[in-house]
Every structure is written in structure tokens, then in C-alpha cells.
Ligand binder design. Structure first.
Ligand code: URA
Length: 432
């Protein structure tokens, strides 16, 4: 059978800023999944979309076509509500790790299908793989058992190859063609997977600031509104929080380091920004799942969330008693003057951790799981000249010099205590 369209015509239409028709979009996504539209052609189309955008109607059709490229999951047989959270990506964003078991404490099942790092932002699966033996792949049967009444109630795992396969190809292609930070492509990527996943409710953590793909609040709000509308129209109760990503989240950036910090949070400790965001997102997921009055913080402090975490990790063969990967080399960055830390730029610190080996520079590259950055003072803290500001970790000491270059201008120390620190949550977007 001849193909319905020619890829060159579709690329030319978007290059010339024309609207793509529904049949064109359906065809191009299907033909890309089948390998008829090549990666070169899809890269050109993604760049044309990046430059010229898409209308609301095009985004809806594009998202639906990506969702229809694979299977649609269904958790109705669990007999309990399901809720999920998705972050648009940030620096030090390990919230999924404590959040999934925490929400499960309250009888809401959390099917957290997660991804790998994208650009300078970390990926939940990469972090979890720091735990010895932990397996990202689970069968459908095992997932249902884990989410059922007798399981931990939460699962963090890789989406199966047949869930939105068009996005799997396009996500990897965008990562290496500078077409990530584009509202239509991010919204359709996230929502095609989340709608196909079959969750009843979904909370979107839309990051704003230097360490996020959306650098300003207006862009982040537009992305959040687009995604909330896509989810709501598809029958998923969806809301979004716009959260601050101008400063890294917590004190640890890097895969094993972030797992350690998450375990501190599950043990009732941890940095206050990580704890507060975990609690706020858990409350939002429970609100959407019809359980608005639960005492979420108590479940972190009394060990219930930790019990669910242990059961969840052990079900995927993770050994929490085994030592975490530890970098062979470290180097300390010291404060150059006395004063208050005024700013700590998430982009600079994120690139530093990525260059140390916490993120990939090529598709499929093996990560240095112990690599990353430990922060000793955050904005608002007073620090003495010569005290440790950051510790950098890597297995490859030749990486220190370029990683430290990424910190140029990223940290400002001043004599006045900063009067305003950007709040953690900047806004909330509900379904209209
Ligand atoms: N997360 C996704 O799943 N897709 C994107 O495009 C960006 C973040």
C-alpha cells in the first residue's frame, strides 16, 4: 500500500509555518514508529515545530497519535484509586523516590512509570539503579501485584516498550537535536505517556527557573495549562504546581547521592525543601484521589512511608543494606569570602554534576552512579571564607576542571542576608 503522505511535504508544511492536518499528524507519528519516516526527517520536523510551534488542535492530535502508537494500560481491576506525579525535570529533583511510597501509605496506588535523565536533568530510573540489584523492568503481572492490596502499593519502573513507543524514539532524538525545551513537544511527550498509563489522577510538577526547561513563569504556566487541559480532556483528573528550579532541590545532586537523601527524608529527616515539596505533592495527589484530609507529614515521621519504600524496592530485587556506589575521587570548592550565599544557580550546578559523570553525553552511555555534587550552604546561609561550599565527586578526576568551570558565576556570596528567597511553589493550575 502506498503511504498516505510524503515526509518531505509534512516537514515543508511546518517549516513554512502552516498547520498540520489531523491525517498528516496521524500518519507522520505512525510512519515514524514503523521506521518509514527516518530519524533525520523527524529531527527536521521536530526543529520546525520547535521554531514555529503548534496550535492547541495540533498538540491534541499529536498527543493522541503518540498515545495510540502503543498500548493503553488499565488499573480498574485494582479496586482502588490510582495517582501519579510527573516532573518536567530539574536539578536534584529526587521527589518521586519518597513521594510514591508516601502516597501509597494512604491506600492510593502509585504506578510511577519513570524515565532516564534528559539533558542536564536527572532521571528517576538512573537514580534507582544505584541500589544494588534493583530492576527497572517489571512485568504487568508483577506491577498489578505490587499495586494491589497485599503489595507495597507503589511501583517505580520503566514503561514497557509498547507504551507510547513513538515518544520513546522521539524523546531520545530530541535529547541530541536541541529540541527538548519546546512546549508542544514536552506537553505531548509527557501527556501521551501519562494518558496511556491509565492513572485516574495526575499531578504535574512543572519546574521554573534556570535549572528547568522552562526558564520563566509565563512559559511554565503555558506548558502547565496545555498539559492540564490534555489530561482533563482525556478523562484524567489533572492539576499542576509550578515549582522553583532556580536553585537545586536539596543538598545532593547525582544518582546515588540523591537516593541517600531520599532515604533521609523517608526516615523523617532530610533538607526542608525536599520534605516540603514531597508533602505538598503528596497532599495534591491525595486531594485528586478523593483523600484531602490525610496527615501526610506524620507518615514520614513515624516510619510508615519507609516501610512502603522498603517493600517496594525489595519487590524489584533492590538490596537496601548493600553499600551505595561511592565515587573514587572528591574535590572541595571553598567559599572565597565571608558572607551570605545569595544565589546558587541550578543550571551551573546541574551542568557541573552532569560533567562529573552523573548525566549522559551520548545515548546509552553508562553513568558514574557515585558522581555528583554535595551542597554545604544554600541561599540564605552564612558561610566563612575558606569553608567548604560544595564537594564534587567523580570516578574520573580529569573531569574536575571542566566541571568546576560550569560553576563560574553560579554562586554569589554577599554581605547582606537575602531578604526574599523565591518560594518553593509559585502557582497552581487546576482544570478549567
Ligand atoms: N519529560 C518528558 O517525559 N518529556 C519531555 O519532553 C520532558 C520531560
Amino acid at each position: 500500500m502506498p503511504e498516505a503522505f510524503d515526509a518531505v511535504d509534512v516537514i515543508r508544511a511546518k517549516r513554512d509555518n502552516n498547520r498540520l492536518s489531523d491525517p498528516m499528524i496521524d500518519w507522520v507519528i505512525d510512519a515514524y514508529t514503523r521506521g518509514v519516516v527516518t530519524s533525520d526527517q523527524m529531527a527536521a520536523l521536530a526543529m520546525a515545530i520547535f521554531l514555529n510551534g503548534m496550535s492547541r488542535e495540533e498538540i491534541v492530535t499529536w498527543t493522541t497519535a503518540m498515545m495510540n502508537s502503543g498500548i493503553r494500560m488499565n488499573f480498574d481491576s485494582l479496586g482502588r484509586p490510582t495517582a501519579d506525579k510527573h516532573s518536567t525535570g530539574g536539578v536534584g529533583d529526587k521527589i518521586t523516590l519518597p513521594l510514591a511510597p508516601l502516597v501509597a501509605v494512604f491506600g492510593v496506588a502509585v504506578p510511577q512509570l519513570s524515565g532516564r535523565g534528559l539533558g542536564h536533568t536527572g532521571g528517576t530510573l538512573d537514580k534507582m539503579e544505584s541500589i544494588k540489584g534493583w530492576q527497572a523492568e517489571v512485568s504487568d503481572k508483577q506491577m498489578m501485584e505490587m499495586l494491589g492490596q497485599n503489595g507495597p502499593g507503589a511501583v517505580i519502573c520503566a514503561a514497557s516498550a509498547d507504551l507510547a513507543p513513538a515518544d520513546k524514539k522521539l524523546y531520545a532524538l530530541r535529547d541530541v537535536t536541541a529540541t527538548v525545551d519546546c512546549i508542544p513537544l514536552i506537553a505531548s511527550s509527557i501527556m501521551s505517556k501519562k494518558i496511556a498509563e491509565g492513572t485516574d489522577s495526575l499531578v504535574l510538577d512543572v519546574k521554573v527557573g534556570s535549572g528547568a526547561f522552562m526558564k520563566d513563569q509565563a512559559q511554565a504556566r503555558a506548558l502547565a495549562e496545555t498539559m492540564v487541559a490534555l489530561g482533563t480532556d482525556a478523562g484524567v483528573r489533572t492539576s499542576a504546581l509550578l515549582t522553583n528550579m532556580s536553585t537545586p532541590l536539596g543538598l545532593m545532586i547525582g544518582n546515588a547521592l540523591e537516593v541517600q537523601e531520599s532515604i533521609e527524608v523517608l526516615a523523617g529527616g532530610g533538607p526542608s525543601d525536599v520534605v516540603d515539596l514531597t508533602v505538598l505533592l503528596a497532599e495534591e495527589m491525595l486531594r485528586l484521589a478523593g483523600k484531602p484530609d490525610e496527615d501526610v507529614r506524620a507518615a514520614l515521621n513515624d516510619g510508615r512511608a519507609m516501610d512502603h519504600w522498603r517493600a517496594m524496592v525489595e519487590a524489584q530485587h533492590g538490596d537496601l543494606d548493600a553499600p551505595m556506589p561511592k565515587a573514587k575521587h572528591s574535590e572541595v570548592v571553598y567559599a572565597e569570602s565571608d558572607g551570605y550565599v545569595e544565589t546558587m544557580d541550578a543550571w551551573g550546578v546541574g551542568i557541573c554534576a552532569w560533567r562529573l559523570g552523573a548525566g549522559r553525553t551520548r545515548q546509552g552511555e553508562k553513568l558514574d552512579l557515585g558522581a555528583g555534587v554535595q551542597i554545604h550552604a544554600k541561599p540564605g546561609d552564612y558561610i566563612k571564607k575558606g569553608s567548604p561550599l560544595l564537594t564534587l565527586f567523580t570516578d574520573t578526576p580529569e573531569k574536575f576542571a571542566r566541571s568546576i568551570e560550569a560553576l563560574d558565576g553560579a554562586i554569589e556570596i554577599g554581605s547582606e542576608k537575602p531578604t526574599s528567597v523565591t518560594p518553593l511553589v509559585l502557582d497552581r493550575i487546576d482544570a478549567k
